[in-house]
Ligand binder design. Structure first.
Ligand code: IVH
Length: 666
């Protein structure tokens, strides 16, 4: 029991709760954010001075503690968390309505709600205090995510007014579109896998081990059901209104309907209007309002008969194809990109869509000026799905894939078996050079901070760098002369470049940007050949002696090493002091993973992928780059691709979490 004698603290906590309620539930703040922050600051100070008054339900506790628990405890739901059966047409909704009418054989009302697309949660309150927050799990048992849920600002830690003694709320944890975009931008900068949609992002976030990071993500909840032995009303709608008065956030867009026509109206309205909502929605939920009627209707094996979901069609929009641009990447791949008339799609303005490659474009038979349907369907980058041929101008021109590089004018080639076209001017095509430099300085390569895309472009255009060897002769003065850098940032860049001389050989090898030589292959090559000269002189067959190096990679390495300019670059880098020999600091700590092959996939909470790779190798294990029958363990993080998982399951590869892995090497 947390009891506080300090009147000022108690009053301040109540006052802050009232303002939180006004802000998060009523959407009617009565003070400015700044004033609110001041109150919060004052409470933090008072609590610091009065440690006896600590209360986990104080509004100050939402910021999350630094404590991380290693695992989520499994908790059995008091009431199973059911799912809903889906319908996709008004006709199916009508069938459901008629079925309910027949079964009940008495008047009934239906509550229409938005189906927010996040991750479901169960919130349990005892004596008005949030005691547990549990994920859906398998519907019977879920994960205890209480510490993380405590950080969500619109989840009341304490209920208000005449709340029931013991009550459970079911709802959805959501990530607003804006926040989703912000997080993905941040992840892109950190070269982390992007979240495919706000649902995955919300589900991933709520399972993070560090509540402090959860607190930074601005999650949000919307409650859609109340459960308990002594509910205030027999009406689901009334119960939600009561829940609101307890301080719980309820969607303001629920509607109580007496007739089917009102339901149809609601569906049609939200099918269009949902595009303007700040949260992702994937349908409408219809629920029989009376709880006693719900009980009468009962359940089928998986879902209740008293509720149904109407799923929206994946959002698509019709817009005009204005032109096609061609982007040249670091490897010379030319990617066509459609410029579109700006259109609002799933909460964001879309102006461009990828066309992938020449085949994709050809299949669509695109003409400039075509009206095209674009869809987001789970992915972040919109796609053109089809052309509305009825709207095609008879005299429009078909889009032809270009034959020459848009950047340097060199002819493009297509390698056998590849969909992409490449610019052939490896040594002098500006975007290829700039792209290679960007890759060279990247976090996983030479890790030179302060050199972003724009700075590299600036240095290249000013003639200060022609390839990455020039980085090592750059001076602070040259940077300052560009009038873009303050002395401190110029100094920092030069320092970071100098520091990169100690980056280990395998990373330097990866930094060179040899086609198809990723981090794992670079590491294998460095370990096997020990020295750059051995790789320069290696034949295709010698390279292919490494099991993971196939013909494609070996050919690419041999080609790279037979280019005089690449050898000049390597020799210059060697002269300026970069590491071209494998240092023998690959300390073997144990042989616990001897003869075991690993693949790592996904994003991890406790260590970086880099660190896991090192741990595997230092304990005698081997890293492989893809799932095959040679793999013993797949170390799986968050958001790993479903195809990898499926393949691993099919091949009987052991799939382990980071906790399980750490136990293996403990
Ligand atoms: S009612 C038996 N109402 O959709 C009642 N669910 O398969 C079951 N969802 O995972 C849920 N908005 O998390 C309900 N207004 C709403 C909802 C909603 C989103 C999610 C829920 C569940 C899935 C239903």
């Amino acid at each position: 029991m947390f009891y506080c004698m300090n009147q000022e603290i108690s009053k301040l906590r109540d006052l802050i709760r009232k303002h939180e309620y006004n802000y998060y539930v009523l959407n009617e703040p009565t003070i400015s954010d700044q004033e609110f922050d001041k109150l919060m600051y004052k409470l933090q100070q008072l609590e610091k001075e009065n440690p006896d008054c600590f209360d986990p339900n104080s509004p100050t506790q939402r910021v999350g503690s630094d404590l991380s628990n290693n695992n989520f405890e499994h908790i059995t739901h008091k009431y199973p968390m059911l799912s809903l059966s889906n319908t996709y047409s008004i006709a199916e909704v009508q069938e459901w309505y008629n079925r309910v009418a027949k079964l009940l054989n008495e008047p009934f009302q239906v509550v229409c709600e938005l189906k927010f697309d996040g991750t479901s949660v169960s919130l349990i309150y005892e004596d008005g205090k949030l005691t547990k927050a549990i994920t859906r799990g398998d519907g019977i048992v879920g994960d205890d995510i209480t510490n993380n849920v405590r950080t969500i600002k619109n989840v009341p830690l304490l209920l208000l007014n005449n709340y029931p003694e013991s009550v459970e709320f079911r709802g959805e944890i959501l990530l607003p579109w804006k926040e989703f975009d912000r997080i993905n931008k941040e992840r892109e900068e950190n070269e982390e896998t992007l979240f495919a949609n706000p649902r995955n992002a919300a589900a991933g976030t709520i399972k993070l081990l560090n509540p402090k990071i959860v607190a930074q993500r601005n999650l949000y909840t919307s409650i859609y059901y109340m459960l308990g032995d002594n509910l205030p009303s027999d009406s689901h709608y009334e119960n939600l209104m009561m829940a609101k008065s307890y301080g719980v956030n309820i969607s303001k867009d629920i509607k109580l309907c007496d007739e089917l026509s009102e339901i149809v109206q609601y569906i049609n309205y939200w099918d269009k209007e949902r595009k303007h909502l700040p949260y992702a929605t994937d349908g409408i939920v219809l629920k029989v309002n009376s709880i006693s009627q719900q009980n009468k209707l009962g359940l089928t094996a998986k879902s209740p008969r008293w509720a149904i979901a109407f799923k929206f069609q994946a959002e698509r929009e019709l817009t005009k194809l204005l032109s096609v641009d061609y982007q040249v990447g670091r490897t010379g791949v030319v990617t066509p990109v459609a410029n579109l008339s700006p259109v609002l799609l799933s909460g964001t303005i879309v102006k461009r869509a990828t066309l992938h490659n020449a085949d994709f474009m050809e299949n669509l038979d695109l003409h400039i000026g075509d009206m095209v349907y674009i869809e987001k369907g789970g992915e972040i980058i919109p796609k053109i799905i089809e052309v509305d041929l009825s709207k095609r101008d008879l005299f429009s021109n078909k889009v032809q894939f270009i034959s020459h590089c848009p950047e340097c004018g060199s002819p493009l080639i297509r390698y056998a078996g590849e969909a992409a076209y490449y610019c052939t001017n490896y040594n002098s095509c500006p975007p290829q050079i700039k792209g290679r430099i960007e890759h060279f300085v990247g976090r996983k390569a030479m890790n030179i901070d302060g050199l972003g895309t724009e700075t590299i472009s600036l240095l290249f255009d000013a003639g200060l760098i022609h390839d990455f060897t020039d980085l090592y002769s750059l001076t602070t003065k040259q940077l300052l002369d560009l009038d873009r850098f303050a002395e401190k940032s110029a100094n920092n860049i030069i320092k970071a470049i100098q520091k990169s001389r100690s980056i280990p050989f395998h990373k330097v090898l990866f930094a060179l940007g040899i086609r198809f030589v990723g981090e794992t292959t670079a590491k294998l090559l460095a370990t096997h050949f020990k020295d750059i000269d051995n790789i320069i002189n290696a034949s295709k067959e010698q390279l292919m002696a490494i099991p993971e190096v196939g013909e494609r990679i070996a050919t690419s390495i041999v080609e790279f090493m037979s280019d005089a300019n690449n050898i000049r670059i390597i020799n210059t880098l060697r002269e300026v002091g970069l590491q071209f020999k494998q240092e023998d600091d690959n300390k073997i700590l144990s042989s616990k993973l001897q003869n075991l092959n690993f693949v790592i996939s996904g994003v991890f909470n406790l260590h970086s992928r880099e660190e896991y790779k090192l741990m595997i190798e230092q304990n005698g294990g081997r890293m492989l780059s893809s799932v095959s029958s040679n793999v013993n363990y797949l170390l799986a993080g968050n958001n790993m691709g479903p195809s990898k998982l499926e393949k691993a399951n099919k091949l009987g590869v052991n799939i382990i979490s980071e906790d399980e892995f750490l136990k293996m090497i403990q």
